[in-house]
Write a protein that binds this ligand. Structure first.
Ligand code: SF4
Length: 167
């Protein structure tokens, strides 16, 4: 029998939420046996094509290329789960939404003209439909394991109110 396919994606983020998934140790081993992991940059160099039954998405959207990429991932994913404060609300990098982006770029980079940044940093749900959201910086390990176990059993995960996006 084919195992469900899982992909973990990184956008603008610090990788901390992916590390939470790696930190699940025993639980992750059980998950790894139950699913076929097709993409998970912190854990494997494997980069297999979709479709993906479940996509976990870390990070916010801050470049035009990321907009195109998240749309492609949405098309290829059965369920899409935004994990962490970056993915669900923009995260710390969204603080630049309240400042002058051009000024920051000019101070930090010798050639800011080569940068392709969006004017504002936005959460995943600004660009595509999101099925579930796990909040926190980083996400809570037990919530993540609970969500994955429920999804793999075809059950609706028991999450705090507001975490289910397509009610
Ligand atoms: Fe890192 Fe926090 Fe963003 Fe997760 S939510 S990727 S821990 S900054």
């Amino acid at each position: 029998m084919n195992r469900p396919t899982l992909a973990v994606w990184k956008f603008t983020s610090c990788d901390g939420c992916q590390l939470t998934l790696l930190d699940c140790e025993d639980e992750l081993l059980a998950v790894a046996e139950a699913v076929e992991i097709r993409h998970f940059p912190e854990a494997t160099r494997k980069d297999l094509p979709g479709p993906f039954d479940v996509s976990l998405v870390e990070g916010s959207i801050s470049t035009p290329r990321e907009v195109e990429r998240i749309k492609r991932i949405r098309e290829e994913s059965g369920l899409l789960v935004a994990i962490g404060a970056c993915a669900t609300s923009g995260g710390i990098q969204a603080l630049r939404n309240f400042a002058d982006l051009r000024e920051f770029q000019r101070i930090v980079y010798p050639h800011p003209e080569f940068l392709a940044s969006l004017e504002h940093v936005t959460p995943i749900a600004t660009h595509v439909d999101v099925d579930y959201e796990l909040r926190g910086c980083p996400i809570d390990k037990r919530q993540l394991v609970g969500l994955l176990s429920a999804l793999l059993k075809g059950r609706r995960p028991d999450l705090p109110k507001g975490s289910v996006c397509n009610d």
